[in-house]
Design a binder for this molecule. Sequence first.
Ligand code: PRP
Length: 195
Amino acid sequence: MKAPVDLQSDVGEVLVSEEQIQAKVRELGARISVDYAGRELTLVSVLKGSLPFMADLMRSITVPVRIDLMEVSSYGGTSTESSGLVRILKDLSASIADEDVLLVEDIIDTGLTLNYLVRYLRGKGPASLRICTLLDKPARRLVEIPVDYTGFTIEDRFVVGYGLDFGEFYRNLRYVGVLRPEVYSTPPAIGEPEA
Ligand code: PRP
């Protein structure tokens, strides 16, 4: 039988600690609350990676928020390079027409997913659309999109934790860490490796 994934010891380095993440989430929440003062805000998050960030961020925002969730997958690319072709697995559950919308992402890598989502959401006629991401990896950008709220800008390293996965595991780590290379050079327990 295959040994289970060892969450803590598979991580070679903590890149962003739990304390750093929580402080940044509070800071972003405070900025967003000031920027949207006197208004209502609709947070749209993109499953699955954004789940912990969305859950923490929404509780750091003091203006009234609605939430909605989308799930997308890219296809046609390789295991670590997305193709820019995005398939919607779960769509918005309500109209965002005339609403102030903030798109909440865990990471922007090539920018292809975000590029698709921004066009898609703009087509729904929101009053405004801004973007918030916990992590930004600018070294891998293929499409440039202005981001309104960024938590941490990171180098081009393979990161997991706080929502980010490898082979669908490691999402429940409370920090963002770098996997030891020997972990991702062997096949993951389930699913395919992701960027
Ligand atoms: C991640 C992340 C972004 C996207 C960023 O999702 O949540 O949506 O990749 O990559 P890009 O900038 O190169 O398009 P992923 O497809 O890994 O799905 P997941 O959130 O379910 O893990």
